[in-house]
Write a protein that binds this ligand. Sequence first.
Ligand SMILES: *Cc1c(COP(=O)(O)O)cnc(C)c1O
Length: 372
Amino acid sequence: MRLNVPLLDDQELAAVGEVLASGYLTQGARTARFEREIAEVAGTTHAQAVSSATTGLHLALVGLGIQPGDEVVIPGFSFPATANAVIQQGATPVFVDIQRSTFNLDPGLLESAITERTRAVMPVHAFGLCADMDPIVAIADRHGLPVIEDAACALGGLYHGRGAGSLATAGVFSFHPRKIITTAEGGMITTDDDALAERIAVLRAHGAVRGELFMEFVEAGFNYRLSDVHAAIGSAQMRKLPMILHGRRTRAAELTERLAGLDGVHAPVAPEGIEHTYQSYVVRLDDDIDRDAVIRAMRAKDVETTLGTYGMHLQPYFRARFDIADDALPETTRAHHQALTLPLYPQLTDDDLDTIVDALRDSVATSRREAA
Ligand SMILES: *Cc1c(COP(=O)(O)O)cnc(C)c1O
């Protein structure tokens, strides 16, 4: 059983065929339509398609004027693209520890991470669960800092009735095949800030603005555009979004119910008022369970699982560059070692869910560490 299987059918195939037949391939009308569809779900006035969430995060940072030597506060636990986008701009990521229960940036630790060099805060909505944005934005506001949501996994997620991507200065979604919808590769920046949106539009396409006859190049820009081929896949996927979100949420609830009696396995929680997308269904295993042994045992039973995501300070590049002690980010370190992603997607049957839980029960039983 695979960890995730994107929902693709004749609709995506037909959409791509139509674009190819039209002869107009790069960013155009289909991208504009896909952007409007995302803006509507996020609840923002602007949505700008980009080639990935990683280029989107980078572009948002550039658009906000982040420069070499600046510091950007991010959670310690994320896919390393979050930190890489900061580093690509010559800025320094400052890692803050997470909450054990939600895997999200701990707002109580944010204030002490802010220095006179801090220029932005970039919380991540871990696995599609919105970070606790009200306190995060309040602290950032007090320091005059913009906030970028790394909403890569959170399309359709809600925070007290407001859409992920609309909760701060800007938000960034991913359309990688592991995410809620896919365009193969792709991303989107959302914002209500007109000036930021305009700057991003220019930077996204070579720093060019249209003159009467020719382009004028007003910035040293990038080519971070999404093609109309990819956007057409995105629009076909958007028609499935309600079904995908409903399917993920119901399967997640059913999985949580089945895990209730399983000793040492903690199902994901969504605090009151936050609607998870369950881009990934991530459990936490008690510290006396060898998570990697569980992954191997599950694989032997033909159930694909993986870690949650990365304690970035534990990865070779970040370890060499920042040398952050394990106990400086205790919950990030714990999550790196003890979090486990289980298969979850709308196509899973009741039998599949039983298979996952039976395999997990057996795998955990054989993966207890000897008491010290
Ligand atoms: C997937 C992911 C990214 C990167 O997305 P791409 O579209 O593959 O660049 C960034 N941040 C988080 C939290 C992610 O999960």
